[in-house]
Design a protein around this ligand. Structure first.
Ligand code: ZN
Ligand code: ZN
Length: 355
């Protein structure tokens, strides 16, 4: 059994489950190493089974040596057979991922099977996610490759942005550069928001033409070996005006305050407040509408939560973003985002692109 499956097995006994059916792609990959786009895991304390279809059985055998690979066929016979073989009665499923239709199909099939009387499907939430919040050395190395690709793209492309270019052109240049610097994929749709569009935190790049002196918010990420990066920089073509200096420095101060002050033991809400208080004291509290950050790893948004009402405790080896922003309708926005890892003495910033 690999270490991650062993951790899962320990979680099962804590929850009095005999098995768990994993359907979330990132969790499937995390626990088994299998990167294919289709499949399920059934993890019990004794057996680790990976079900996938004929397109992937060979790949699954190579990538997941600790799992028995079973080829899925049409229908749910593969699941029913495995439940009979393992004798699992209390079977967890991922309620954040499994559709109601899939759940109902599985439940009906179990009910109709005379050999499975007494078997129940039990909703679980966040078990693998709680394992994924702590990043090991191998994960950090993969994450750093993704971070480096987006850092280098940001540093290379930003100085080439000129008045007259469109948001879409800048987004495309960034994506090409990330590819050239080794990314497998982009981790989410690149955001380039110029001038007033920057007031919308998640604006989609369009045909708006960049003008001298206005803020340009660029938020993007690379993905290497499944691990996602996420970085935001706000830049200006030409000379920034006084307003930009003022807003930028408040946001930067808010970001650095959180980065320098956060420690293990603070909750996500307390970490969020480190930045939010700086912005509120400057009079812009109402213009910072989103959470300070989020965990990042195999998914671009994952645990830990870092925002108002996030009562989860931040601990060593957790990786998350710190991304305060100020958004002013009609003017635009400033957001600055970096990924940090929390150590015993505080946060270390993993992204290196200049601010
Ligand atoms: Zn971002
Ligand atoms: Zn982010």
């Amino acid at each position: 059994m690999n270490e991650r499956a062993a951790q899962m097995a320990a979680q099962l006994s804590e929850r009095e489950l005999d098995a768990i059916l994993i359907s979330t792609p990132e969790n499937r990959r995390y626990l088994s190493g299998f990167t294919g786009s289709s499949g399920y895991l059934l993890v019990t304390p004794q057996r680790q089974i990976l079900f996938t279809d004929s397109r992937y059985t060979e790949q699954a055998g190579n990538q997941s040596p600790h799992f028995e690979v079973i080829q899925m066929k049409a229908g749910l016979g593969w699941l029913l057979d495995a439940l009979k073989e393992t004798g699992a009665r209390r079977v967890g499923f991922e309620s954040d991922n499994m559709t109601v239709a899939s759940y109902n199909r599985a439940l009906d099939a179990i009910k109709e099977d005379g050999d499975l009387s007494g078997t129940s499907l039990i909703a679980t939430s966040g078990i693998t996610d709680e394992l994924r919040v702590f990043k090991d050395k191998e994960e950090l190395a993969q994450l750093q490759k993704a971070i480096d690709a987006s850092d280098r793209a940001m540093e290379m492309v930003c100085p080439t942005i000129e008045a007259g270019m469109t948001e879409k052109e800048v987004a495309w240049r960034m994506e090409v550069a990330m590819r050239e610097f080794g990314t497998d994929n982009i981790s989410f749709d690149t955001i380039v928001a110029t001038g007033p569009n920057g007031a919308m935190a998640h604006h989609r790049p369009g045909d708006r033409v960049i003008q001298t002196g206005e803020p340009i918010v660029i938020d993007m990420g690379a993905q290497v070996d499944g691990y996602c990066s996420d970085i935001t920089r706000t830049v200006v073509v030409g000379e920034p005006d006084e307003m930009f200096h003022k807003i930028y420095n408040i946001v930067l101060g808010a970001q650095l305050t959180a980065i320098h002050t956060v420690r293990p033991g603070l909750t996500g809400e307390e970490c969020d407040a480190l930045s939010r208080d700086v912005i509120s004291e400057a009079g812009y509290g109402d213009n910072f509408g989103h959470s300070l950050g989020h965990g990042v790893g195999l998914a671009v948004h994952e645990n830990p939560r870092v925002g108002p009402r996030a009562d989860n405790v931040l601990e060593r080896d957790m990786v998350f973003t710190v991304e305060p922003g100020i958004y002013l309708t009609g003017w635009g926005g400033v957001r600055i985002e970096d990924i940090v890892i929390l150590g015993e003495d505080g946060a270390t910033v993993l992204s290196k692109a200049g601010k």
